[in-house]
Design a protein around this ligand. Structure first.
Ligand code: SUG
Length: 458
């Protein structure tokens, strides 16, 4: 689809940004936990396939790495999370805790069992060293407080990110902000003056909030990102004020199912791919982005008549990864659903037809994740690095073809083929999940990451 011969492209040869994908966890399931997330609601209580889900995620990592960009992964969290259930008053042995929660409060067991940490676009907001006043890489862990099943994640996420970026002289992992709901990179876009998405050049940060500026919130669904939190993340991450812009998400888009901004827009380098209804005050928002980027941004706006917002949500076109390849071209990595829905297909063809900086498209099957509202872009946290920072990621978290083989074998060994909500109460699932994570952390070699490893079981 629309790929120009390599010799016609400008060769930039800079180190592009790192993609850090979440490894899908063994308890991946459909519990209908996210109001406002259309897919999560529609698939509540469906049978999930954790092994297939994790392998689909690895296939995507392999395909993205093949574009020539650095790829890493973040391990799953321990689930069911017994400490959460104990804090809610369930006692006895771990098996007792699971049995009582299953019997008396299955919704609490479901909350404590979600594999939602796989969507690492919600793990943190990343301020690269080129944009931070102190010249260091900053990762601000998201508090995810608007959804109870996701609010469990930040403590473990902080631990994992600190293990993944251990050089504290060059990288800082911040505790979550306490000033309102924050959903991390899913509500944040970084634009640069060129095709380059890495941190060798400074960028402009667009923080997209859903509520908190005094204007009317969405009528039907919750707005998860609050303005105060976005502002706090920007300062906490050391972002120089001139580089930060705060734009309101269109409340109607949230009501249509864009529970995160990355369901209706995505930026990469100097490209901003967006649905025309993504932002409140659409034209003005785009003007402000143009001004902040000194006119450097190349907007690709998909109109509602071509792709109604409801189809943007069902196809997840905007939840594609747009990746700058080392040859300077850009590939859009879209969910396979986009190839099957005529309007989304047409929009994708137009985006990648060679008239925009995006000159190639790749369709990926991540359907197990999609059924919970997680597309290709949700599954990864982007970390723009300078050339001199390519060693910042602990090697244990790197994806390479050799390490892929180990991860595949590990998934085949430990992951259930299918899972229903009742299975979550099975103590043997808990045991095997812990054995699996012990094997994974030994292999990663960055120390203990989980509560059950640090405090003992439970
Ligand atoms: O937070 N789904 C996730 C999907 C997150 C997608 N991430 C981005 N857009 N970046 C959420 O709503 C559903 C779990 C369930 O229903 O079982 C869930 O948590």
């Amino acid at each position: 689809m629309g790929v120009r011969p390599a010799e016609q492209r400008t060769t930039l040869l800079r180190v592009p940004e790192l993609q850090l994908d979440g490894l899908v966890g063994p308890t991946h399931n459909y519990a209908g936990l996210s109001p406002g997330n259309v897919a999560s609601q529609a698939n509540r209580a469906a049978v999930s396939h954790p092994r297939k889900a994790a392998l689909q995620g690895l296939d995507k990592m392999r395909a993205v790495a093949a574009l020539g960009v650095p790829q890493g992964f973040l391990p799953p969290h321990e689930r069911p999370h017994v400490p959460t259930l104990r804090a809610l008053g369930f006692g006895g042995s771990d098996a007792d805790v699971l049995a009582a929660a299953h019997r008396d409060a299955p919704h609490l067991l479901a909350r404590a069992s979600s594999a939602s940490a796989m969507w690492t676009a919600n793990a943190a907001t990343v301020i690269p060293s080129a944009d931070a006043a102190d010249g260091r890489l900053h990762l601000v862990v998201a508090n995810l407080r608007s959804m109870p099943h996701r609010a469990i994640e930040p403590a473990t996420t902080a631990r994992i990110l600190r293990a993944a970026f251990p050089d504290t002289t060059r990288a800082t992992v911040h505790e979550p902000v306490d000033s309102g709901g924050d959903e991390g990179a899913a509500n944040h876009i970084r634009l640069t003056p060129s095709h380059d998405a890495g941190a060798d050049e400074a960028g402009t940060h667009v923080f997209v909030f859903g509520t908190g500026d005094g204007s009317s919130p969405p009528k039907v669904h919750p707005a998860r990102q609050e303005l105060a939190a976005s502002m706090h993340v920007a300062t906490c991450g050391g972002l120089t004020p001139a580089r930060a812009l705060f734009i309101r998400q269109n409340p109607d888009a949230i009501d249509a199912g864009c529970f995160h901004n990355d369901v209706c827009s995505v930026g990469n380098g100097n490209v901003l791919l967006m649905h025309e209804r993504a932002f409140a005050d659409g034209t003005e928002a785009l003007d402000r982005i143009r001004e902040a980027t000194a006119g450097g941004v190349i907007p690709i706006v998909v109109r509602d008549v071509d792709l109604p917002i409801a189809e943007a949500v069902s196809s997840y076109l905007f939840n594609s990864q747009v990746i700058t390849r080392p040859d300077g071209g850009m590939t859009i990595v879209a969910p396979s659903e986009c190839g099957e829905m005529p309007n989304a297909r047409r929009a994708l063809d137009r985006i990648a037809d060679g008239t925009t900086p995006i000159d190639a498209a790749l369709l990926m099957d991540v359907r197990e994740s999609m059924r919970n509202g997680g597309g290709p872009a949700c599954l990864r946290l982007r970390v723009p690095l300078r050339r001199s920072e390519s060693d910042l990621l602990h090697p244990g978290f790197r994806w390479t073809p050799d390490r892929d083989a180990w991860l595949r074998a590990w998934i085949e060994r430990w992951y259930p083929d299918s899972l229903t909500p009742d299975d979550l109460a099975d103590p043997s699932l808990l045991r095997s999940m812990r054995d699996a994570l012990d094997a994974l952390t030994s292999w990663i070699g960055a120390g203990s990451l989980y509560d059950f490893q640090l405090r003992g079981n439970g």
